[in-house]
Write a protein that binds this ligand. Structure first.
Ligand code: PRP
Length: 184
């Protein structure tokens, strides 16, 4: 009889490597900050990244305004459904503001492309995009992040806000999910 496969997490980016990358992104965003700029974090996955980015921005001299856009395309599964839905829209006034969209992962690109179009349709003057993890090999939609933290190969990652079936969001690092070989 074959035992069921166990899942384990292999470290990809540790906490200090992530912190360093977040600091660099904040420094770049601070270079062209404007007073009416609005940061928009895409929930749920980006909540940890957005919180750290806001504090890094403050260290870089920027006291930024933030709001949240809750989108979903994966639901409980591990592959994109292909349809992005708005679960909770941005409450702040967006018209004529420069918006920075913050997301944890840029994978097929559907979420970030949808967010960009949605915010432009609501009257944003410009939309700049930030993704902590970019997986270019997975792209289905033509979009690039203006600021990307890590370029990652096509592996399933979790931690630092990113889930697998709503688990692992609280891990203080980003890891790669691996299925261990079953014991015989
Ligand atoms: C994940 C992730 C990104 C999106 C990226 O969100 O947080 O927002 O998928 O994938 P894409 O580039 O293929 O669109 P998910 O829909 O799983 O919701 P969650 O953030 O609430 O976990």
């Amino acid at each position: 009889m074959t035992a069921p496969r166990e899942t384990s997490i292999r470290m990809l980016y540790d906490g200090s490597t992530i912190a360093d990358r977040v600091e660099r992104i904040a420094e770049r965003l601070a270079e062209n900050h404007t007073r009416d700029r609005l940061m928009v974090a895409i929930l749920k996955g980006s909540f940890v990244f957005a919180a750290d980015l806001m504090r890094a921005l403050m260290r870089a001299g920027v006291d930024a305004d933030i709001d949240f856009l809750r989108l979903s395309s994966y639901g409980q599964g591990t592959s994109s459904s292909g349809t992005v839905t708005v679960l909770c829209d941005v409450a702040a006034e967006i018209a004529d503001r420069d918006v920075v969209v913050i997301d944890d992962i840029l994978d097929t690109g559907r979420t970030l492309a949808f967010a960009r179009e949605h915010l432009l349709a609501r009257g944003a003057r410009s939309v700049e995009t930030v993704a902590l993890i970019d997986k270019p090999a997975r792209r289905q939609v033509r979009i690039q992040a203006d600021h990307a933290g890590f370029r990652c190969e096509d592996v399933f990652v979790v931690g630092y806000g990113i889930d697998m079936g709503q688990r692992y969001r609280g891990l203080p690092f980003i890891g790669h999910v691996v299925e261990d070989a079953p014991e015989r």
